[in-house]
Ligand binder design. Structure first.
Ligand code: BGC
Length: 755
């Protein structure tokens, strides 16, 4: 029966002359449109609405579970052609089974698209996205997404809900771990690299998957860093700070899908926001793909006080351009009737379905709905040694050296007595980080295992547990705030050691969705442990594992060497060891400002200029009475085992809104190293107040000792201009400052005038 149905589908497809390949040229695009149209014409209204409906699989719940009644008809609905997509179903054979229900049993046999949160690797886990961003290495980041796509597609998946391109300046927000940090320019570049990595050159290949730019828009600006909280941001910031990474994902990487967000945008939930989805995204930006809601973001409009009931949700969301419903069950229940009642035009449904079918055609699903379901490929590719090697490379590149007094690092394997302290040092799970959906528990190389593999002779004491309860998601983390019984042993060990490596920080589930923190210090009793050990041995290398910038101000004042090791995924232990022992010279730069104190948050380098920039007198300027206004570590900051000198900044206006900037960078230390050369500008007087400086270029270079390179940047219209509150792009004449250097604060300064 199944075979017969599928044969029939193929025959129908042939009759409609759907070809196997979907070419990318213009002719191909017209061809694609006509295929979509001819299929659309055969569909009943119910079937069309079905395409707009996504169901969660039967495991991996990534949000509040729907009531049982909602889920019970899933299989029947798939067979009736009422389901366009599944999320959280994976594994070549699982997907095949589920796909067969749609293809074999539904009237038109339209294949489903299978979505999953492939966020930082799939089975082989790369560092959390924020950590990857610290590499500023676009090629490596693209490769990391490529590998994630290869593994995910081998497990039957063809769509990821990534990359998250939300800009955020609030380290309290747990989801900062999932993005590229605080900066729009860097965030856009990284977002584009990730989309390219997932989608590859040919979306119809069996190892590429559709990407999803999320969460449109403003989700990273939740007030007080509390997930799902109110967002209230002005349009200048929307256009200049929040939108650009989304727009770049379309313009530069042809991202196939968007996900809207939980928050309100100017008082209207994003899911029902016509301005966002129809005017900006599908209108001004000409986006051809489809928009999926976030998990029950439709239904949540009732709680927002924006929709009366689920029927109203369906009406508002569909009319506003939210094409596919994730976990609200609003379209499948009400959209057909709403069309019949004239509250939603059938053309609105048609537009959504066209967009969804288009992506399915582009993925090659009509050519072979099972193209991603090859068990042999799955076996061969998951945890492939090449993937492991790339994950290690990415992990090393993501590490940031924050402090290194008296060249304590790199360590030598020279017989000095090494103590390792901290429960995270032996943790094989936490370093995998959050949003590691397909990742298997306890599969990270722990730091201790990394040391073992490197042949380091060390002694270990846990000092204290970080977590006291189970860490299964989704349960609240239980942090150890009382048990210090292990301190004694740690202190005893530290006393008789030459160097103490302390691995402290957050658990992998301290960040991620719904993981906001009001405190940004080391959780639990770890600060006390650090201070207790410091009392007996000051020769400490502090390795910080975290999913966000932490306010480790005390450590910065006392501890001689500090390494930010985030959550680095599968290869964590090897990567940290290789950096500590100088096998790899650290080159990461923080993509988010580290605050001195949580009270400074949101803190970011590219603030708008204020009327009282500096201390003209003691009191009346933007500062704190009880804390410095400076960050602990500024955006773009990170040290190396070598040093770099910047000189010969040259700035030339070339006419036609083009400026050329060059600078010499010399490796003035004793070992080879990599440096991220950063360029910032400031438009001195503008019709919209501009930030004090904004990143507009960077290049990661590698230099041998004493070698120098001249680095050239071209600043063009895209970099010189900005948007006003109406979304109009302006380039204004007048004076600009230009800055080039090693981080957002240590910079050479030049200037130019646009005539
Ligand atoms: C998250 C999305 C995610 C979705 C599906 C939501 O809770 O906000 O980013 O893609 O769940 O898992």
């Amino acid at each position: 029966m199944k075979i017969l149905k599928y044969t029939m589908l193929i025959m129908i497809m042939m009759a409609l002359s759907w070809s196997c390949q979907v070419p990318n040229d213009t002719g191909g695009s017209a061809d694609l449109d006509s295929r979509v149209e001819s299929l659309l014409k055969q569909m009943t209204l119910e079937e069309k609405v079905g395409q707009m409906n996504q169901y969660n699989g039967f495991y991996d719940v990534t949000g509040p579970a729907p009531s049982a009644g909602d889920a019970k008809n899933k299989y029947e609905h798939i067979k009736k052609g009422l389901v366009g997509s599944m999320l959280n179903v994976r594994g070549a054979s699982e997907v095949r089974k589920m796909q067969a229900l749609a293809v074999d049993s539904s009237r038109l046999g339209i294949p489903m698209i299978f979505g999953f949160d492939v966020i930082h690797g799939h089975k082989t886990l790369s560092p959390i996205p924020l950590a990857e961003a610290a590499s500023w290495d676009l090629e490596a980041i693209e490769k990391s997404a490529r590998i994630a796509a290869i593994e995910a597609s081998a497990e039957g998946l063809n769509w990821t809900f990534a990359p998250m391109v939300d800009i955020s300046r609030d380290a309290r927000w747990g989801r900062v771990m999932e993005g590229a940090g605080e900066d729009t320019y860097l965030g856009a570049k990284i977002g584009v690299a990730r989309v390219k990595g997932f989608q590859g050159d040919d979306l119809s290949a069996n190892n590429t998957i559709a990407a999803c730019a999320k969460h449109f828009a403003g989700y990273g600006f939740a007030e007080s860093g509390k997930d799902y909280n109110t967002v209230d941001v002005g349009s200048v910031s929307y256009y200049n700070v929040i939108f650009p990474p989304f727009k770049a994902a379309i313009d530069e990487a042809d991202v196939k899908t968007f996900m809207n967000s939980f928050n309100i945008v100017n008082g209207v939930p994003a899911t029902a926001n016509t301005y966002l989805q129809r005017e900006v995204l599908k209108g001004k930006w000409g986006f051809k793909g489809f928009v999926i809601s976030d998990w029950s973001s439709g239904r949540e409009m009732i709680d927002h006080g924006y929709a009366r009931d689920l029927e109203h949700v369906a009406e508002l969301a569909a009319n506003a351009g939210s094409d596919m419903d994730m976990e609200s069950y609003a379209y499948v229940k009400h959209l057909v009737d709403l069309v019949k009642a004239g509250k939603v035009k059938e053309s609105v449904v048609d537009d959504a379905v066209r967009r969804i079918l288009r992506v399915k055609f582009e993925l090659g699903l009509f050519d072979d709905p099972y193209r991603y379901c090859d068990e042999a490929r799955e076996k061969e590719l998951i945890y492939h040694p090449d993937h492991m090697a790339a994950a290690l490379d990415m992990a090393k590149k993501s590490i940031v050296l924050l402090k290194n007094e008296n060249k304590l690092l790199p360590l030598q394997n020279d017989g000095r007595k090494i103590a390792v302290i901290g429960s995270l040092a032996q943790d094989k799970d936490s370093p995998l980080g959050n949003w590691r959906m397909a990742g298997e528990d306890n599969t990270a190389v722990s730091f201790l295992e990394g040391l073992d593999a490197y042949g380091v002779d060390y002694k270990y004491a846990k000092g204290a547990e970080l977590i006291t309860g189970p860490t299964a998601f989704p349960v609240e983390l239980q942090v150890n705030t009382t048990d210090k019984s292990g301190f004694k042993e740690a202190i005893r060990l530290a006393k008789k050691s030459d160097v103490v490596i302390m691995v402290l920080g957050e658990h992998g589930l301290h960040s991620g969705e719904a993981r906001s923190r009001a405190h940004l210090g080391l959780p639990g009793v770890q600060q006390e442990l650090l201070e207790a050990v410091y009392k007996v041995n000051k020769n400490i290398v502090l390795v910080v594992m975290s999913g966000r910038p932490l306010a480790i101000t005390w450590a910065d004042e006392h501890i001689p060497a500090i390494v930010e090791a985030w959550q680095l995924g599968t290869q964590t232990g090897h990567a940290i060891t290789q950096v500590l022992y100088g096998e790899y010279n650290p080159s990461g730069k923080i993509p988010m400002t580290f605050p001195r104190h949580v009270g400074q948050v949101p803190i970011y380098y590219n603030q708008y200029r204020t009327g009282r920039p500096g201390p003209k007198n003691e009191v009346f300027w933007p500062h704190y009475m009880d804390e410095s206004e400076k960050p602990l570590y500024p955006f773009g900051y990170g040290l190396s085992y070598t040093t770099f000198a910047y000189s010969d900044l040259n700035v030339e206006v070339k006419g036609n809104n083009k400026v050329e900037v060059s600078v010499n960078v010399t490796n003035t230390g004793e070992v080879a190293g990599e440096e991220v050369v950063q360029l910032y500008i400031n438009d001195e007087v503008a019709s919209v107040v501009r930030p004090i400086k904004e990143l507009k270029g960077f290049e990661k270079i590698s230099l041998e000792p004493n070698e120098y390179k001249q680095i050239k940047f071209t600043i063009g219209e895209k970099e010189l201009g900005f948007y006003n509150g109406e979304g109009k792009f302006l380039i204004e004449q007048g004076a600009f400052k230009v800055f080039v250097g090693t981080n957002s604060e240590e910079l050479l300064e030049g200037e130019f005038v646009l005539e």
